[in-house]
Design a protein around this ligand. Sequence first.
Ligand SMILES: [Zn+2]
Length: 69
Amino acid sequence: MRILVLIAIGLLLYVIIGSLLRRNRTVPPKSIAGKMVKCKHCNLHILEQEALRLGDDYYCSKEHLESDK
Ligand SMILES: [Zn+2]
């Protein structure tokens, strides 16, 4: 019976340590290219290259660009 408890504890530690290691690995890579800009309408952050630009302002979608005109 005691061996089952030891196996259970071992599995628990394995799962906990595994999830901790995985969490450390999900740190965003610094190599993401492109500058982040903020949609003037909804404050959503988007990549500059994907944003719609109107003068000095950026928008996440055509709808938000149109609604702020
Ligand atoms: Zn928006």
